[in-house]
Design a protein. Sequence first.
Length: 291
Amino acid sequence: MGQVAEVPYPDGYRSWQHVKSVVVGPEHKSFASEGGKIFEFYANQAAVDGYRTGRFPNGSVIVRETLRAVAGEGESQGILTGGERSALDVMMKDDRVYRETGGWGFETFNSKNGRLAEQERMQCYGCHVKQKDHDMVFSTLAAAGGVGTPYPDGYRRAFLHSSMVPRSTFDAFAKKPCETPCMAGIFHFYANDKAMEGLRTGSYPEGAILAEEMLEWLPTGTNGAKEGQRRLVGVMVRDSQRYSSIGGRGYGMFDGDSRADRLDAKTREACYQCHIARKNQAHVFSEYRER
C-alpha cells in the first residue's frame, strides 16, 4: 500500500455538532480498558448530513474525544466530570484518497498530538468495516427530545412523484395524528433519489426520504379551487439503525412553516401502526406512475 495522505487535526471541532456522550459502565466487556473515561462525539456539517441520510459525503469528519473522568469532591461528590483529554480519534471521508480503507481515513492524536502508525490505521479499518451497511460508522445522531425526525430541507427540489386531493369519503386520515387538518387541502408528495429507487423497485435503501406537503385548497367561486397556504409537511425517513423500534422508518410532522417536529413517541408509534398496513409495499402508501 502506497503512502496515504494524513488525516488533518480537526481544528475547532468543539464548535461542531455534538453527537453524543458515552461513559462505559462496569457491566461492559471493555470496562477494564475504557472505564474511568468520558467519550464525546462531534461531527462537522457534512457528517451531520450523513447521519441523517445514511451515506456520508466526502469531507465528512467525525471526532471522538476521550476525557479522563474526574470524581467530584465535597458537595460535588458522586459527580463525574470531563477532565484532561487523553486522545482524539478522527474519521475523515474522502473516497478518492482513502480507497483502500473504505473511503475513510483514520487517525488518533494522543495527548501530545502524536499520530497512529500505518498498521494501527488498518486496525481501525478492520473494526469499522463491520459497519459497512452504515457507511463504516458506529455512532448515530439522536435528535432533540428523543429519536425525532429532521425537517426535510429543500424537499421541493426533490422529485414530485404524485399529488392528491382527499374527498369526504376518504377515511385513511380518520385517526390521530392525521385527523386534522388533513381533509382540508391538496397533497404533493416528493421523493429524494433513494426514495424514487424504492418507489420503482419496492425496496427502499437507507437514506430514502419521502415528504408530503399539504396546502390549503381554496374554492375560487367558479366551481374551481387553487392552492393556498402550506398547512403541514410530513416526512418518512428510511434508517434501519436509528428507527429500529418502529420498523426502520422515522416519521415527522411539521405545522405550517415550523421546523419543530410535533410528533412525540406516542404519535410516532401511531404513524408506524398505520403504515404497517402497507408492509408489503415497504410501509409506503403513495405510489409512482411513469408517464
